[in-house]
Design a protein around this ligand. Sequence first.
Ligand code: GTP
Ligand code: MG
Length: 173
Amino acid sequence: NSSVTSIKLVLLGEAAVGKSSIVLRFVSNDFSENKEPTIGAAFLTQRVNIGEQTVKFEIWDTAGQERFASLAPMYYRNAQAALVVYDVTKPQSFIKARHWVKELHEQASKGIVIALVGNKLDMIENGGERKVAKEEAERLAEEEGLLFFETSAKSGENVNEVFLGIGEKIPIK
Ligand code: GTP
Ligand code: MG
């Protein structure tokens, strides 16, 4: 079957939560300890098979640094899916994630599929302190109708599942 469904997807979240690292893991199955902050935004694509269907993700990886905040609407406006990423060891990044979810519901396309993603799970597994309770994030996801995942771009844990979850929730054209 040659039909390919494209999904325009945007990543949003505070600086340094690991947006680009999640994309690098998904697209290249790789990780870098000293990834440079994104400037503006980066565009990448990746194809995956979901059941009988080939899905091509067209990914806009936005910059989290505050000086780029005004660019975000350009990238989420036409998106069919969004990953709102926070760092499970950084409470401020979860507050920022709440703001992104609110903004997407107010400004993005009506049917946008949003996944809330708590990244850097490996830090907890390696003795670091969890600062965002899983239950709190699950509650937000339930209230706002979001998919929810905890991931590690470093180990790769749950990263593919985020994209598969998005792919399964978007109706095939
Ligand atoms: P901006 O582009 O500035 O918005 O940042 P970003 O959200 O794209 O973060 P980036 O992927 O550049 O990662 C920031 C730092 O966190 C880098 O040093 C990464 O190596 C590190 N990092 C990203 N994901 C993980 C993870 O899952 N675990 C650990 N331990 N470190 C991570
Ligand atoms: Mg980045």
